[in-house]
Design a protein around this ligand. Structure first.
Ligand code: C2E
Ligand code: MG
Ligand code: MG
Ligand code: MG
Length: 286
């Protein structure tokens, strides 16, 4: 493409995804799976107000040999479209389980749970839970230390998905509803889905969504999640003011750049696991 260089730059989705480029990305994705171009980064989910790590979310990264770091919002849809999301998802889950087992040796200061994101297409595959169960057995991971994050759209009117969530719960995993408020949010979802954690989308937290309306939603979510016995996590917290406000309206869990960006496993260990004061064992709900 003649631009060359700049391998460290984030891939720019606006520049790309012309049809033939998208086809090339798809082809590259298959190679990437074989060539080990994926890795996980880890972002703390913290307790308020102290900022101790209550858990940690695994986020997938693709280091493309020529394009640089391709963000998951770009390549996950491609992986779904070409049918490799199952394979990729299995890799993520196994990797998270291994990391979890490695961190368990920190004993009391190990993070209580690792969250793994699962896309709609993965959850729609009737073989998904069997794959999960096989990986759990193979890695010897402690299911109580795992949490699966799904979006509203993945479970809305999707009986297979909901049934699989129930089976995951039977295996001992917990379930979070991710990006809450961005899909076709329905409170009845909380009756049909076995949800343990609700993650409030960052657009409400940042005030992007309808300003005052967003603030009212954020505040009222605490009321019904508490009544349902569900833990609420505020996503995308970027400032101390937001953190203070969230705490003042009742949030006990948060995530965002203000507390910690997604980081390499070693950085997470240095910052949280080797610093017992920054880790809180079994915090309320997560
Ligand atoms: P998500 O699960 O809702 O993850 C949160 C996203 O927000 C992450 O983007 C994270 O880096 C970003 N974020 C965290 N704190 C802040 C903040 O304070 N401000 C802002 N502006 N952003 C923040 P990322 O890593 O690019 O992931 C995007 C999405 O890709 C994820 O959204 C998730 O839906 C999907 N994804 C990531 N990893 C995986 C994976 O392993 N499997 C699947 N199926 N999907 C994944
Ligand atoms: Mg997530
Ligand atoms: Mg989210
Ligand atoms: Mg998201």
């Amino acid at each position: 493409k003649g631009t060359g260089g700049n391998r460290w730059q984030w891939f720019d989705p606006a520049m790309d995804l012309a049809a033939d480029d998208s086809a090339r990305l798809a082809a590259d994705l298959r190679t990437a799976l074989r060539d080990d171009q994926f890795f996980l980064v880890f972002q703390p989910i913290v307790s308020l107000p102290g900022g101790e790590a209550a858990g940690v979310e695994a986020l997938l990264r693709w280091q493309h040999p020529a394009r640089g770091l391709v963000p998951p919002d770009v390549f996950i849809p491609v992986a779904e479209r070409i049918g490799v999301i199952g394979e990729l998802g299995a890799w993520v889950f196994a990797q998270a389980c291994r990391q979890n087992a490695a961190w368990a040796r920190y004993g009391a200061t190990a993070p209580t749970r690792i969250s793994v994101n699962v896309s709609a297409r993965q959850l729609a595959d009737p073989g998904f839970v069997d794959t999960v169960a096989a990986i759990l057995q193979e890695t010897g991971a402690d299911t109580r230390r795992l949490l699966i994050e799904v979006t509203e759209t993945a479970v809305l009117n999707a009986d297979t998905a909901i049934e699989q969530l129930h089976r995951l719960k039977t295996l001992g995993l917990r379930v979070a509803l991710d990006d809450f408020g961005t899909g076709h949010s329905s409170l009845s979802l909380l009756l049909t889905c076995p949800v343990d954690v609700l993650k409030v989308d960052k657009s409400f937290v940042s005030g992007d969504t309808a300003g005052r309306a967003g603030a009212i939603i954020v505040k009222n979510i605490i009321g019904f999640t508490t009544d349902f016995g569900i833990a609420a996590v505020a996503e995308g917290v970027e400032t101390a003011e937001q953190a203070e406000h969230l705490h003042s309206v009742g949030y006990r869990l948060a995530q965002g750049y203000h507390f910690g960006r997604p980081m390499a496993a070693e950085a997470f260990e240095d910052r949280y696991l080797n610093t017992p004061a920054l880790v809180q064992l079994s915090p309320a709900g997560l």
